[in-house]
Design a protein around this ligand. Structure first.
Ligand code: SAM
Length: 176
């Protein structure tokens, strides 16, 4: 199981970025997201996406990061540009480990570097928590997130031009 913990979320400033962190988490194979600041609007937005497009992704805001980190029994990965190289660090994560991936907003609290099993850099240049999370989850799942079936009320049919969206509620035996 993969979960994501977002630290330092400021509902007024980080609305879009944290929404994108959650959307990437859901689409790229995580099952849960925790956010350290209460944000009902963010919860509503993500639950609405899950309601329409499916999947078992859950989001909980207003959690204590320290409590989540203390209670997590699996492996903790902190994504930071100051961390170790991605290829080297991925080898430290066992195949059957539950993984909690922590991403920050602005400067993260110092305790996080010690509380994590590994601090991983997705390249040692500053960029974005959205990009860092997407690349990391792609590598962690070895691209398997692409094959995940969400079985939503709405299902997008891949097509070379235009948009094709069908109802996920199909009759028995009916193919898309
Ligand atoms: N000074 C911050 C730091 O410690 O990485 C950069 C803040 S950045 C706007 C917000 C978040 O994006 C960071 O907390 C980190 O989780 C993620 N991030 C940014 N660049 C990254 C990189 N090269 N590798 C991994 N994570 C990165």
């Amino acid at each position: 199981m993969i979960a994501v913990l977002r630290i330092g979320h400021r509902p007024d400033r980080d609305k879009r970025i944290t929404t994108h962190v959650a959307l990437v988490a859901r689409a790229f194979g995580a099952e849960k997201m925790f956010v350290d600041t209460k944000d009902r609007k963010l919860e509503e937005t993500i639950r609405s996406v899950c309601g329409r497009f499916g999947g078992d992704f859950t989001i909980k805001t207003g959690v204590s990061a320290k409590t989540i980190l203390t209670q997590w029994t699996g492996f903790v990965v902190h994504l930071t540009m100051y961390g170790e190289k991605l290829d080297k660090s991925l080898k430290k994560i066992k195949k059957n480990n539950d993984v909690l991936v922590v991403v920050g907003a602005e400067k993260v609290p110092a305790f996080l570097y010690e509380a994590s099993d590994v601090n991983i850099a997705v390249g040692n240049q500053p960029h974005s928590e959205v990009a860092a999370l997407a690349v990391f989850l792609d590598r962690l799942t070895e691209g398997k997130w692409l094959e995940e079936k969400f079985k939503g009320k709405l299902m997008i049919v891949p097509c070379s031009r235009g948009k094709k969206v069908v109802s996920g509620k199909r009759k028995k035996g009916e193919n898309l």
